[in-house]
Design a protein around this ligand. Structure first.
Ligand code: TA6
Length: 326
């Protein structure tokens, strides 16, 4: 297993864009840009280790970021892929979705040995450690390493590694989600495959447990559901764009599905009133069974996002094949 040196933040050669570049984003916040030679790209703000852009080789933006997003700490950026850690939701002692998305991460100076397969992948390693301030609200020492990788076909991979570094021998327990906001052409023309017949907790009905019906999920009102024991692959079919997002996940047994719809959208200051029509959150998560680590133990949670053309409307793309495919 090759031990990976920190991904180089290279200066641009004369006639090409660097594959990994550090630059200034909105409000002068530091961000890293990953570029792949066919033209796809990913942008990650060090604030929150927050992926705010994932573009395909045609330069099309695949993630949703609200036009009213506030790129100003301590507010979390509305959209992209917020990291929810060490607490998903507001059901606990911490602020909603924990504090990892409200902290400044650093480029990891010494990432642990990390299998990097042979294909030319462009990546950055980010690191978050607890601060004295954090200890006041969550009295645990941890190291959270996030690797964001842009694959040769423009797929976006995120691997989170959380290690308990408590010196006092104490274990800690956390919940987690990649709170991914996908950009869709029209929410009323979107189907989600892979969650049929599963049990879910409905956040709109006091987290009561229900069972999903047998067809693909479609949308005509606010949805806020935590699907339990979900499969490795979930597909989001955007009819108008003839595009299918495929989420492959590992170490994350649950999946949250959220669209605020009109009323909730209007109540969010950093969300446009009509923007609910063009976004859908499908969040690879570990919620129902929180993760407990003893000192020295490490947890890994991984998601891989790809966007493939889907002529589903002509019946050619069988979503079941997408879900069962390699
Ligand atoms: O993931 C769904 C959810 O928990 C919803 O209940 C809604 O609150 C959403 O997250 C957004 O949360 P945020 O704290 O980012 O406004």
């Amino acid at each position: 297993m090759s031990s990976a040196a920190p991904s180089p933040v290279m200066a641009p050669a004369a006639n090409e864009k660097p594959s990994v570049q550090m630059c200034k984003g909105i409000n002068g916040l530091d961000k890293v840009v990953l570029r792949e030679f066919r033209g796809s790209s990913v942008e990650i703000y060090l604030y929150g280790a927050h992926v705010t852009s994932w573009k395909n080789e045609h330069g099309e933006e695949l993630l949703f970021v609200s036009s009213k997003a506030i790129f100003k700490p301590p507010k979390a950026i509305r959209g992209g892929i917020p990291i929810c850690f060490p607490q998903f939701s507001n059901l606990g002692p911490l602020e909603a979705h924990g504090f990892a998305r409200n902290r400044f991460w650093s480029i990891d100076p010494s990432p642990p040995p990390f299998p990097v397969d042979s294909s030319n992948k462009t990546y950055v390693d980010l690191l978050l450690k607890n601060t004295e301030e954090d200890m006041k609200i969550w009295p645990h020492s941890f190291e959270f390493r996030l690797r964001v990788t842009l694959g040769p076909a423009g797929d976006l991979m995120m691997t989170s590694r959380v290690r308990n570094t408590n010196p006092d021998g104490k274990p800690f327990t956390f919940t987690f989600a990649y709170h991914t906001y996908f950009s869709v052409s029209d929410i009323s023309e979107v189907r989600v495959e892979g969650l049929e017949t599963l049990d879910y907790l409905d956040n709109l009905q006091n987290r009561e447990r229900f069972t999903e019906q047998g067809d693909a999920i479609t949308f005509e009102s606010e949805v806020d559901k935590i699907y339990l024991s979900t499969p490795t692959k979930i597909a989001i079919l955007d009819h108008e764009k003839k595009r299918t997002f495929v989420i492959r996940k590992d170490g994350l047994s649950d999946a949250v599905v959220w669209n605020p719809w009109d009323k909730k959208a209007k109540s969010l200051a950093d969300f446009g009133d009509d923007e609910y029509k063009h976004m859908l959150c499908i969040e690879a998560a570990a919620i129902e069974k929180p993760i407990t680590l003893k000192p020295g133990e490490e947890w890994k949670g991984r998601q891989e996002l790809s966007a493939v053309p889907s002529s589903y409307c002509s019946g050619q793309l069988d979503p079941r094949r997408v879900l069962q495919g390699s």
